[in-house]
Design a binder for this molecule. Structure first.
Ligand SMILES: Cc1cc2nc3c(=O)[nH]c(=O)nc-3n(C[C@H](O)[C@H](O)[C@H](O)COP(=O)(O)OP(=O)(O)OC[C@H]3O[C@@H](n4cnc5c(N)ncnc54)[C@H](O)[C@@H]3O)c2cc1C
Length: 444
């Protein structure tokens, strides 16, 4: 059994950033990745970047098949770049193989040819990510027309009719995207209310805009079964006591992602997982075993690449700093859903402020009032923000409109710096831009 200073299981965002950081300190690092097609992790290969490329190409009117080809070229480039970023470091070894624990600090790596190597790690970082959940619905898992988010982006022809199970954020991104490529999209969800965490005015606008793109919604549907036909699959459901059916040439499961822990051999360790299979960690991301940490999606909680990256900062703070940056320090996390137009949010919604009995002042601006939106010929949407009347700090913002995925980071910065909203209101912005909307949004 070989002894290694640092073992990173999985080539994810936080793990690869940590590997590079450790290498630059001259430390020995072993990065274990089960698939050569996943060097660089989920985000660059099968998630954020390929999906956003396809989203942008759909809005640009590019043909689906051409867009998929371009996306593949991009991911191949990034995969190679990521591989060399680590493999070219003299103290890093990237090992292809499936890793599983054989003890608290021991890991066996099984390679494609069946050979196994064992390692003991002084420090071990688990960064194995998450995989799509397939609901236990009769006929779904075995349907030959079943897609997940990965295979949906690898089709060699556009599905004419696409059924999407799940009106969560990934489901909606794919719905908007495929509708713009020309698919007839139906989204089915068991929840009655649409994106219930958002304020009602925002969710009503988003739903209408998606319907205008051609997306159909079947909400409050109890899913019954999937039956394959020659040319596609029929999804049967009950909605308001009525039996219904929807047909798709393909059926996309977008019902969440579960942490990749099942094959990790954790039963041979004292590393604890919760009832969802996520590795349990403390404020410093340490697992229940000393010198073993978990990073990114595998530890549960919000599943974003920038959370995995921020996990690296927590670990760096603990190992090389004063340990002051912890999970608790992470309190302002912006999010974006890349539909058309994008929906972005940070901090509290109006609904959350009301539920929590927090006093607030509200600001609203229709996107149609912003000159840049008119120039860009996309005037859909609404910007909202709430501020604390006592200290004028921003409590939260929901920005539904073009380029909101950029703007939300400005609001998050103001919140983190505890700036009064008047700074954003009175800032000089270039023109015509979407950011100058803050001059008007906060005018009140
Ligand atoms: C369609 C889609 C779109 C998304 N869009 C966005 C977005 O726009 N923005 C955003 O921030 N997030 C987005 N996400 C979420 C984001 O992709 C994830 O949160 C992020 O990639 C998680 O990274 P990670 O560091 O946890 O590990 P990952 O990047 O998931 O890496 C885990 C790695 O571990 C490997 N592995 C697993 N088990 C083993 C094992 N036993 N042995 C060896 N290797 C193993 C895997 O092959 C994988 O390469 C999206 C997700 C999806 C599915």
């Amino acid at each position: 059994m070989k002894k290694v200073k640092n073992i990173i299981v999985g080539f994810g965002k936080g793990g690869k950033t940590l590997a590079k950081f450790l290498a630059q300190k001259g430390e020995e690092v072993l990065v274990i990745e089960r698939s050569k097609q996943m060097y660089g992790g989920t985000c660059i290969n099968i998630a954020c970047l390929p999906s956003k490329r396809l989203v942008i190409e759909a809005a640009n009117g590019v043909d689906f098949v051409d867009a998929v080809k371009g996306k593949d070229e991009m991911t191949a480039f990034l995969r190679n770049k990521n591989y060399h970023m680590l493999a070219d470091e003299p103290t890093v070894k990237v090992l292809d193989g499936q890793a599983a624990f054989t003890g608290n600090h021991q890991i066996a790596v099984t390679q494609a040819d069946g050979t196994t190597e064992e390692f003991t790690g002084e420090r071990i970082f688990i960064n194995t990510g998450a995989s799509p959940i397939i609901l236990p619905l009769p006929g779904l898992r075995d349907s030959q027309f079943l897609l997940n988010s990965t295979s949906a982006m690898d089709q060699d022809e556009l599905p004419t009719k696409l059924t999407i199970i799940g009106a969560g954020y990934i489901g909606l991104e794919f719905a908007a995207m495929f509708a713009q490529y020309g698919s007839q999209v139906t989204v089915v969800d068991h929840k009655k209310s649409f994106i219930p965490r958002e304020d009602d005015d925002i969710s009503a606008l988003v739903k209408k805009d998606l319907e205008d793109l051609g997306v159909k919604f079947i909400l409050g549907a109890e899913l019954k079964k999937v039956t394959d036909r020659e040319d596609g699959a029929v999804l049967s459901y009950v909605q308001d006591s009525q039996v219904g059916e929807v047909f798709g040439n393909k059926i996309l499961a977008a019902t969440g992602r579960q942490p990749n822990t099942a094959d990790l051999g954790l039963a041979k360790t004292e590393i604890k997982v919760n009832d969802r299979g996520a590795i349990m960690v403390d404020q410093h991301l340490q697992t229940s075993v000393d010198n073993v940490w978990a990073i990114g999606d595998v530890k549960g909680g919000p599943q974003f690449t920038y959370i995995s990256l921020d996990d690296f900062r927590i670990i760096k703070s603990q190992l090389f700093g004063d340990g002051g940056y912890t999970l608790e320090s992470r309190n302002i996390v912006p999010t974006s859903v890349f539909i058309n137009p994008p929906l972005s949010r940070v901090g509290l919604t109006e609904k959350q402020a009301q539920d929590q009995g927090i006093d607030y002042r509200q600001f609203k601006l229709p996107v149609a009032a912003i000159p840049k939106a008119r120039v860009a010929k996309n005037t859909r949407g609404l910007f909202k923000a709430i501020v604390d009347p006592a200290n004028q700090q921003i409590l939260g913002a929901t920005l539904y409109g073009i380029e909101s995925y950029e703007l939300i980071n400005l609001v998050a910065l103001a919140m983190k710096a505890k700036l009064p909203y008047t700074i954003l209101r009175d800032q000089i912005y270039t023109h015509p831009t979407m950011s100058e909307a803050f001059n008007d949004l906060f005018k009140g």
